[in-house]
Design a protein around this ligand. Structure first.
Ligand SMILES: Cc1cc2nc3c(=O)[nH]c(=O)nc-3n(C[C@H](O)[C@H](O)[C@H](O)COP(=O)(O)OP(=O)(O)OC[C@H]3O[C@@H](n4cnc5c(N)ncnc54)[C@H](O)[C@@H]3O)c2cc1C
Length: 386
């Protein structure tokens, strides 16, 4: 369909990628976000090859490569410092046809904003309701203003208001059983190989560093904790205590991190939703499928959504509602599979069944890389831009 007007609610990575794709399709696009200043939650993200392929397709491949880290290997190390497995990611990259890129979230957001047009995002616009008729759909904002188009895209993240409209009911987020601290530190060989994604494991906990652009590491530390456990006042002391006895690079990482700039996140997901669309309104990204980050696929799926949604609108001509149904059909099973797989993996990593976690540690010690890379490439190649 030609000459559509799209209203995108939410200027995260999903909303901005949708906006770029739709504008490239020749559509008029308006983007609204509730915040007054766009600051992505979280420090870094691994953009796997399926997400990067969407960006390539939108002409952003070079820009992405320039902010991505040189992640060429993957290394698992026990908490006491024994290397369990260390392998080149070259066979994976060859199989899927594209490098993955770990990136700082602010760099990714800036790249997408620059591509769409920073001044074209209308900030301070909190969507509070959606209405639609047979011919158009409208986002209504807290200040009483409205935006009407042929289609409304709910890219408003895991606490989505648009989702409530689409489903007609509220959804419960589900605590995944662990807390994740994440941030950025200057890259240093004393902490980890600057070209590897290095992950220390033990006690159902992880300590990970991966290279992002500008010679920095994106790190995360995760620990299974009861939901009620509150953060301690001294974050560094808390992490030192939770990772006491772990290998020296992890002690150095904790000593170096900036508590003021380190995020503490209780990890959640949401059961797969029964629907992504209602008439002329579609959900994309975390609004449609909130997943635990244990496959590193939440953001990548948001980018896949953006691509598929734009293409179903472009390539079919029976009307917007028909195109959105096709989008929903294309995306529901793919994203449900990822939510459930990530949940299973989160449980295995974080000691939900300690025997299974122990088996995983033992399997890492005999891993040559093939099993891990096959699992990653299967996930990537099941995407729309295989
Ligand atoms: C610790 C952690 C690590 C992760 N690691 C990875 C990874 O390595 N790889 C990966 O692919 N994914 C990862 N993810 C998942 C990824 O962060 C999300 O899937 C991704 O950010 C979703 O993008 P989005 O655009 O759908 O939503 P968001 O990024 O949440 O953006 C939503 C936007 O909507 C706006 N908004 C919200 N409500 C309203 C409203 N009512 N009106 C207007 N605007 C509104 C918000 O201000 C925000 O700007 C991780 C997640 C976590 C928590």
């Amino acid at each position: 369909m030609d000459n559509l007007k799209a209203i995108v609610v939410g200027a995260g990575m999903g909303g901005l990628t949708t906006a770029i794709a739709m504008r490239q399709a020749g559509y008029t696009v308006e983007v609204y976000d509730r915040v007054r200043e766009l600051r992505p939650a979280g420090a870094g993200i691994s953009m796997w090859s399926n997400g990067v392929k969407v960006l390539n397709r939108l002409g952003l491949g070079k820009a992405m490569a320039s902010i991505g880290g040189p992640m060429k290997r993957m290394t698992y190390i026990s908490k006491s410092g024994e290397v369990l497995t260390d392998f080149s990611l070259a066979p994976l990259i060859e199989k899927v046809g594209q490098n993955p890129y770990p990136v700082a979230r602010t760099d990714l957001q800036q790249m997408l904003l620059t591509a769409f047009g920073e001044d074209d995002v209308q900030l301070g616009s909190e969507c509070v309701a959606i209405e639609q008729t047979a011919d158009q759909a409208t986002a209504i904002f807290a200040d009483g203003t409205q935006a009407t188009g042929d289609v409304v895209v709910g890219a408003d993240g895991t606490h989505s208001v648009v989702r409530e409209y689409v489903l007609g009911t509220q959804t419960q987020r589900r605590y995944a059983g662990y807390v994740n601290w994440n941030g950025l530190v200057p890259a240093s060989e004393k902490l980890a190989d600057k070209e590897s994604w290095v992950i220390y494991v033990g006690n159902g906990q992880r300590a990970s560093m991966m290279p992002v652009g500008s010679d920095r590491f994106y790190f995360f530390l995760d620990v299974p904790l009861d939901y009620e456990v509150e953060p301690q006042a001294d974050m560094r002391a808390e992490l030192q205590q939770r990772f006491a006895g772990w290998a020296e690079p992890i002690q150095q990482l904790i000593a170096q991190l900036d508590p003021e700039k380190t995020n503490r996140v209780k990890i959640h997901d949401i059961d797969p939703l029964p629907a992504f669309v209602k008439g002329r309104v579609a959900l994309i990204g975390d609004a449609g499928h909130s997943t635990a980050p244990d496959l590193g696929q939440g953001g990548c799926q948001a980018l896949e959504d953006a691509w598929v949604l734009t293409n179903t609108l472009l390539t079919t001509n029976l009307g917007v509602a028909d195109a959105l149904k096709r989008y929903e059909k294309a995306r529901c099973d793919r994203t449900a599979n990822i939510i459930l797989k990530a949940r299973k993996r989160a449980n295995m990593i974080h000691g939900k069944d300690p025997d299974l976690t122990e088996e995983w540690y033992q399997s890492l010690a005999t891993e040559k890389g093939d099993n891990i890379m096959n699992a990653i490439s299967d996930l990537i190649l099941q995407g729309p831009l295989a």
